[in-house]
Write a protein that binds this ligand. Structure first.
Ligand code: GLA
Length: 742
């Protein structure tokens, strides 16, 4: 059971102080905030629980800075929202203005409440919460700041800013932060571009500020799901590390900052455009939630995020993830009833349970130059009658599969009937100038109630008409110069809220409807959209070699069972790299498995193999929705070991991958993270990796003595240290094996 307590005392300078201490014992995590006078609180502990929570009072004295020469009379000791009025000399984190003139606020705390609540959406009342009400009366600005300690151990901060005075209050920036221990100065973020999302980059943080900004109306490919700062050399399995994530699908920033006077602060918030938020008296602006995760290694950070995201999505465990087929890389825009029906037959025969018709079914959308925004079924391709889209949906349903359909509702081709009828429905910076196009498209203005209603009604109607079970929601253009002609203001903030509203309303209107967030692959995945999305499309690149790290770093926030992982064509369309079918299937194994491949052109042997792998996947997928995802630290840059471990450590499945040639020959033994060191485990290859001949005899995938159904029994401690000798694999090969308590 969690706890939250407030202790009062007196500091060595005679000042009265209080400490709020919150703990989630099951997640082995706690934090402490110190309050003094009427100032905003300071984070004085974050990590493992303290043996004596009351001793947190002494942390105020123990960590406060002394006065030094050359600065203001109070040495900066950043609060949760530091301002110059409290002596903060770093980058401005709170910026509000009236009539374009910046206000410098000094917040006075007038009320602190602690308690537990049921955290709307998370079952149970086990979320310790501290809420701080503060005000700058003279400037007419109110602030409510909240921190919650979620059951899986994430800290969630958010704030609202209220205009208490006459005249508009412009809100330009609210950046919430976490102060870290001083040695947390190695920073990890990810970068990327289309077809190569979430590639790690690291550096030591000097006395400086670094920012990862997303300013194109979505997190984008380069967005870091996390900014992590930890002790130098931290890895997946070891090292104190603290990470922050902004739960927002529009413009956002993630930052790490050290000044000559303070330790590292990590944090983030929404990036607001000038004039985007203007509050009338009494109105308020709510920040996105900023999540913090502490871990001994990145694996523990992933566990915390997965626990939270899963708590939002009971469907993950209630319904084992249906194996999908998506038509995109199978047929691209080449739609017709006979082909897609034949593909549905092959899909069903391979064990597919959800059939998703991708782009190309509506309006004049025979390629990407026209028709986007015309959400009416294309009569020239899907004529009413026996070969209609409805007939295909019925056929798919009759085969026992769910029917899914692709939409890109926020976007519009200027060459479309909808644009011709409503040229004013598009975001644009000036009356006579449109933003630069991307993929021949512009962005629909969802601040405009007519445009919003058109989109909602179109999708809602089609869900009813076709019996749609699943929506793949795409977003393929960076939102630049996004001003709403309807409101006359920048509209990324309102656009983001409008998308959340449509997703919420569609799901509420159609219980059981699942939705996927796609944005040219992984351009929009964050805990904002993941409140609603049951799946993300991880990357448009399904080349399994490229996918290894993309999936690995995506899995630090997104549970693998929510990551779309598709078995595609070889050579891959994105890279022209040829890979074996086994490699492609292995890389899709831990995630939400799908197929994006023209099965009509594949020989029976390939389909039979695919069917076997789908069957094997189905044996484990129920557990993948609950398992702990682990990644091993390996010194060989060619090698990856990733695993899914049952929470009680009774069993695990590991994937051993060789990306390139290895520095050792044969490959060095690999250790298996996450097991119980005091138990014995039988380690053996999964059936699909055994290579049995028609009579069932093992004809050998590997000459290793243990590579057979019997495997080998080893102590957990040996497996987690020296480990096992893996099969010798060529580059771009991977193998799966299990470890089950003996
Ligand atoms: C984007 C998506 C793809 C596919 C195409 C369709 O690129 O990421 O998966 O849906 O659009 O145009």
């Amino acid at each position: 059971m969690s706890c939250i307590n407030q202790f009062k005392g007196t500091g060595s300078d005679g000042e009265s102080i209080s400490v709020v201490y919150a703990e989630q014992p099951s997640a082995n995590i706690a934090f402490a905030l110190a309050f003094t006078g009427d100032q905003l609180p300071r984070l004085v502990h974050w990590g493992r629980p303290l043996a004596d929570p009351k001793a947190a009072l002494a942390l105020y004295d123990a960590t406060r800075p002394q006065r030094v020469s050359g600065v203001l009379d109070y040495t900066p000791w950043p609060s949760v929202l530091p301002t110059q009025a409290e002596g903060w000399m770093g980058t401005s984190r709170f910026n509000v203005a009236r009539d374009g003139v910046e206000l410098f606020c000094k917040f006075v705390v007038n009320n602190v409440t602690i308690g537990k609540h049921d955290n709307n959406g998370i079952a149970g009342a086990d979320v310790p919460t501290v809420t701080v009400n503060a005000v700058d009366n003279e400037q007419g600005v109110g602030l409510v700041w909240t921190a919650e300690l979620l059951p899986g151990g994430l800290i969630r901060q958010h704030a609202t800013v209220r205009n208490l005075a006459d005249g508009e209050l412009e809100v330009n920036k609210v950046e919430l932060g976490f102060a870290l221990p001083a040695n947390a100065n190695e920073v990890l973020t990810t970068t990327g571009h289309h077809l190569r999302e979430r590639q790690p980059q690291r550096h030591l943080l000097g006395v400086e500020r670094i920012e990862k900004n997303s300013v194109v109306g979505r997190p984008d490919f380069d967005a870091s799901l996390l900014l992590a700062a930890g002790e130098p050399g931290f890895g997946f399995e070891h090292g104190d590390v603290y990470a922050v994530h902004v739960a927002w699908s529009g413009n956002s920033t993630l930052t790490a900052e050290r000044t000559p006077y303070t330790q590292t602060l990590i944090g983030g918030g929404e990036v607001l455009l000038s004039g985007e938020i203007a509050l009338a008296k009494g109105d308020e602006y709510a920040t996105p939630s900023v999540f913090g995760a502490y871990g001994d290694g990145l694996n523990e950070i992933g566990i915390r995020f997965h626990s939270y995201v899963r708590s939002l999505h009971p469907e993950l465990t209630a319904k084992p993830r249906p194996v999908m087929l998506n038509t995109w890389e199978a047929v691209f825009f080449d739609h017709n009833f006979d082909t897609l029906k034949a593909l549905a037959d092959k899909a069903a025969a391979s064990g597919v349970e959800r059939y998703v018709v991708d782009d190309g079914w509506f309006g004049s959308r025979r390629d990407d130059t026209s028709g986007l925004g015309d959400w009416q079924i294309a009569q020239d391709v899907w004529p009413d009658g026996p070969k209609s889209l409805k007939a295909l949906a019925d056929y798919v349903h009759a085969k026992g599969m769910e029917f899914g359909l692709w939409f890109e509702p926020e976007m519009i081709n200027p060459n479309s009937n909808t644009y011709r009828a409503h040229p004013d429905w598009v975001l644009k910076p000036a009356k006579n100038r449109m933003p630069m196009e991307g993929r021949h498209q512009q962005v629909l203005d969802l601040s405009n109630p007519d445009a919003y209603q058109y989109i909602y009604n179109s999708i809602n109607g089609l869900v009813d008409e076709l019996g749609i079970d699943y929506i793949k929601w795409d977003h393929n253009k960076q939102v630049t110069e996004g001003v709403s002609p309807y409101t006359g203001r920048p509209a990324v903030h309102s656009q983001t809220l409008a998308v959340y509203r449509i997703w919420h309303d569609l799901k509420a209107a159609h219980p059981g409807l699942e939705m996927e967030s796609c944005s040219s692959g992984g351009g929009r995945m964050d805990l904002g959209i993941l409140r609603y999305a049951s799946r993300v499309w991880t990357s448009d690149c399904v080349d399994p070699v490229e996918r290894e790290d993309t999936q690995r770093y995506t899995s630090l926030v997104v549970p693998p069972c929510m990551m779309g992982e598709h078995i595609g064509h070889s050579p891959a369309y994105a890279t022209h790299r040829a890979t074996s079918q086994e490699m492609r299937m292995t890389m899709a194994f831990f995630g939400h498995m799908g197929i994006e491949w023209n099965l009509l052109k594949e020989p029976d042997e390939a389909l039979a193999k695919l069917g076997e792998w789908v069957t094997e996947y189905k044996k484990h997928r129920e557990w993948f929705a609950k398992d702990i995802c682990v990644h091993a630290d390996q010194c060989d840059p060619a090698v990856r070991v990733d695993g899914m471990v049952k929470p009680d450590k009774s069993a695990a499945i590991y994937r051993y991958t060789m990306l390139t040639t290895s520095s050792t020959y044969p490959n060095a033994p690999v250790h298996l993270p996450g097991l119980d060191p005091d138990a014995n485990y039988r380690v053996y290859p999964l059936a699909v990796n055994l290579n049995l001949d028609a009579s069932g005899a093992n004809v050998g995938f590997s000459p290793l003595g243990w590579w057979n159904e019997d495997g080998i029994v080893l102590p957990g401690r040996a497996l987690t240290t020296y480990g096992i000798r893996p099969p010798e694999l060529n580059p771009a090969q991977a193998a799966l094996f299990a470890a089950v308590k003996a």
